[in-house]
Ligand binder design. Structure first.
Ligand SMILES: *[C@@H]1O[C@H](CO)[C@@H](O)[C@H](O)[C@H]1NC(C)=O
Ligand SMILES: *[C@@H]1O[C@H](CO)[C@@H](O)[C@H](O)[C@H]1NC(C)=O
Ligand SMILES: *[C@@H]1O[C@H](CO)[C@@H](O)[C@H](O)[C@H]1NC(C)=O
Ligand SMILES: *[C@@H]1O[C@H](CO)[C@@H](O)[C@H](O)[C@H]1NC(C)=O
Ligand SMILES: *[C@@H]1O[C@H](CO)[C@@H](O)[C@H](O)[C@H]1NC(C)=O
Length: 332
């Protein structure tokens, strides 16, 4: 009987410490992540601003007398290929996955000013080219000047993530911009389980059945795509893995993969693709019976976060209980 009250506070202290440590670790991770985002975001903006300032500082002095000022606007650079020939312009370009993008920017009346290409979205921008030189290290991008005035940006082997806004900018004051909206026509591809949840990692017990579906949807309603193809670790599937093609709802094409009795050797990366560039992948882990706790949790990370959450809540519950108990015991 006399043992009990001595144990309570010790356990309580231990649990409280564990709770605080786990809580702090989570907050620390969030803060680090936020800081990284902020730092990276700032750098890009600063670099571009500095570059623009440099360019503006190096402008040649104005040669035309003030009296003829109205003529200057007539002679200022303008975009030939922009709709409406306003100061700024826009154009749309749709490309198939893997194609080479040629983004034209025809500038008339450039008269010594510089032309640059920028990639831009809501919260960042990056310099791709300036004059005849390419600034981005990705070798897929290049500037190829076409006589007489086309500052053409080429992007080889277009990828899904290349979609977005590209700005051709002339360093007048204020700058003139031709915005090109690039759309990439690529099938949407996903690997899902029986409940149609998207998968990345999945755990199975040896001997259990594996069923995965790969769903591909064409990027536009009229285009036709072949059924998706499954591979294991980048190679053809082993013989004991079955595959069925199904015509899904709407225009979806579905290829299902079955393994009747999973073995440890069935672990690996299973990928599903429609073309060279349109691929989704899932990691399958087949575990021995004794590791049942991990089996059938979809996302390992999600599962781990949940465990932390549960542990934390459990700690708080026990701590509260012990606190209450200690209080009851100590009160007269
Ligand atoms: C900014 O410019 C410096 C060189 O001036 C370069 O080393 C750095 O990578 C650039 N940062 C970004 C985010 O482009
Ligand atoms: C052109 O775009 C730039 C940058 O967005 C802006 O500063 C400028 O006012 C625009 N000019 C016109 C006439 O819309
Ligand atoms: C660089 O750009 C100019 C136009 O300003 C063009 O005439 C020239 O041929 C280009 N040089 C190279 C090496 O592409
Ligand atoms: C670019 O084009 C796509 C597809 O046409 C459209 O969904 C998107 O809103 C456009 N983006 C902008 C910024 O206009
Ligand atoms: C799926 O549809 C195509 C035509 O869109 C048809 O040729 C094919 O036989 C169908 N396959 C199945 C399994 O229904």
């Amino acid at each position: 009987m006399s043992m009990r009250p001595a144990w309570g506070p010790k356990l309580f202290l231990m649990l409280v410490t564990t709770t605080i440590v786990i809580g702090n670790y989570h907050r620390h991770r969030e803060r680090t992540h936020l800081r990284e985002q902020l730092v990276n975001g700032h750098k890009v903006t600063r670099n571009i601003t500095r570059l623009q300032e440099e360019i503006i500082a190096n402008l040649p002095p104005l040669r035309i007398p003030r009296l003829r000022h109205h003529r200057v606007t007539d002679w200022d650079p303008y975009f030939e290929n922009a709709e409406g020939q306003g100061i700024n312009g826009s154009q749309n370009v749709a490309l198939h996955l893997g194609a080479t993008a040629l983004l034209d920017c025809r500038v008339a009346m450039l008269s010594g000013k510089k032309v640059m290409w920028l990639r831009r979205n809501a919260d960042w921008a990056s310099l791709l080219t300036l004059g005849n030189t390419t600034h981005i290290s990705d070798p897929r991008y290049s500037i190829s000047f076409q006589y007489p005035n086309n500052w053409r940006l080429a992007i080889a082997g277009v990828r899904r993530e290349d979609r977005g806004l590209y700005v051709c900018q002339v360093n007048t004051h204020p700058p003139r911009m031709l915005v090109t909206n690039v759309t990439v026509l690529a099938p949407d591809i996903r690997i899902v389980d029986e409940a149609r949840h998207e998968l990345r990692d999945r755990y199975y017990k040896t001997g259990s059945g594996i069923e995965l579906a790969c769903v591909a949807r064409p990027s536009c309603p009229d285009s036709r795509i072949p059924h998706p193809v499954w591979r294991k670790n980048g190679e053809t599937l082993p013989d004991h893995v079955d595959v069925y093609h199904i015509n899904g709802s709407n225009e979806d094409l579905v290829t299902k993969l079955y393994i009747e009795q999973a073995k440890k050797t069935d672990s690996g990366e299973y990928s599903c693709s429609v073309s060279q560039f349109s691929t989704a992948a899932v990691h399958i882990h087949v575990l021995n019976g004794e590791k049942q706790a991990a089996v059938h949790h979809d996302q390992w990370n999600a599962a781990r976060t949940n465990h932390h959450e549960i542990l934390k809540n459990l700690c708080i519950t026990i701590a509260s209980f012990l606190l209450l108990r200690a209080w009851i015991i100590s009160s007269p």
